[in-house]
Design a protein around this ligand. Structure first.
Ligand code: GTR
Length: 325
């Protein structure tokens, strides 16, 4: 048995070495999510497409499960070129790149279809381009469903029920103000600390989409979910500008095309995972409150828009998003 294991390990290392050798260069890509999560699988799919397009010159290896660190740290490392690529929510970019605040505004998108229409078009391209001033190249947007509140204490049936409760948010001032405007308290912290913080009562809960709520295990410690769907924040696949600049023009074009092609893979995977994650958390006994009046939530966001949508550029983005049918 033991010898069998050793042999298997040896074979695995040989085939890994074989795979690495087949590629002239393997790009390292970071993701906070576990293996099998739609974002991880989509970047792997991009890698296969890229390998094909470059005749085996470029490959991608996805370091999933936050192996390279929590999102904010990996963003910095990507800017420095220590990490080649990163798949992250737009949230952690909010304080750095003002344009990313706009698709991160609560209730800015009417639906996922509306978000796709906006982000697949010129507005999406404008937001991708904003990354280039920050040592990054924005390649594509991925889906992240809608985010809703969950907690360990009680069912939330109205905005008033949120009063005084403590919720973790991504490290973005915009989300701190969003939670404050709803009458609750926000604690920004890295994703990897949320489970134990709920478990030990440091926070009452957090907010996320079904696949993250499920795969992180947060549903085990926060059994009340209220589908207020305050955010439809897309995720971004970005490359270090240092890495991008080191590629030939053909390789750069292949990277851009492969990233865009992986979006379609991602959307299929996402739809399936959303359903599977919902089924899993419901089967585990999570109380899902779907009947919630969103009007007071939307109205409460007026001061948040006033605080963040300040320049003409940002105002124009909001107007154009709202006018997109
Ligand atoms: C997830 C997102 C991650 C991360 C996480 C969080 O939905 O995919 O990139 O941002 O939320 O809440 O930190």
């Amino acid at each position: 048995m033991k010898r069998r294991h050793i042999l298997a390990a040896l074979l695995a290392s040989v085939s890994l070495a074989g795979a690495a050798q087949a590629c002239e260069r393997t790009l390292r890509s970071s993701d906070t999510h576990p293996d099998g999560y739609p974002t991880v699988e989509a970047v792997k799919a991009m890698g296969k497409i890229l390998e094909e397009k470059t005749g085996g010159k470029l490959c991608i290896e996805v370091f999933h499960s936050a192996q390279l660190g929590q999102e904010k740290d990996t963003i910095e490392q990507t800017q420095f070129g220590v990490i080649d690529m990163n798949r992250v929510s737009l949230g952690p970019f909010n304080n750095m790149i003002p344009e990313t605040q706009i698709p991160s505004l609560p209730y800015i998108f009417r639906s996922t279809e509306h978000m796709h229409k906006v982000m697949d078009g010129p507005i999406g391209e404008e937001i991708l381009a904003a990354f280039s001033d920050h040592d990054l190249v924005g390649l594509a947007f991925y889906d992240a469903g809608s985010r809703s509140f969950y907690n360990s204490q009680k069912p939330i049936n109205s905005m008033a029920d949120l009063s005084g409760m403590k919720f973790r948010v991504m490290q973005s001032d915009l989300f701190v103000d969003m939670v404050g405007a709803l009458g609750a308290n926000a604690t920004p912290m890295p994703y990897g600390e949320v489970y134990s913080s709920i478990q030990t009562g440091v926070i009452d809960g957090a907010e996320n989409n079904y696949p993250s709520y499920e795969s992180s295990g947060h549903f085990e410690v926060a059994k009340y979910l209220t589908l207020d769907q305050h955010l439809i924040v897309p995720e971004i696949l970005a490359m270090s500008k240092k890495t991008y600049d080191s590629l030939s023009a053909d390789e750069q074009a292949a990277v851009r095309a492969a990233a865009k092609e992986s979006v379609l893979v991602m959307r299929d995977l996402w739809a399936a995972r959303e359903k599977a994650s919902e089924d899993k958390v419901r089967a585990a006994g999570v109380e899902v409150i779907t009947d919630i009046d969103k009007t007071p939530f939307i109205e409460a966001m007026v001061p948040v828009y006033q605080k963040y949508v300040t320049s003409d550029k940002l105002k124009s983005l909001v107007e154009r998003i709202q006018a997109t049918k």
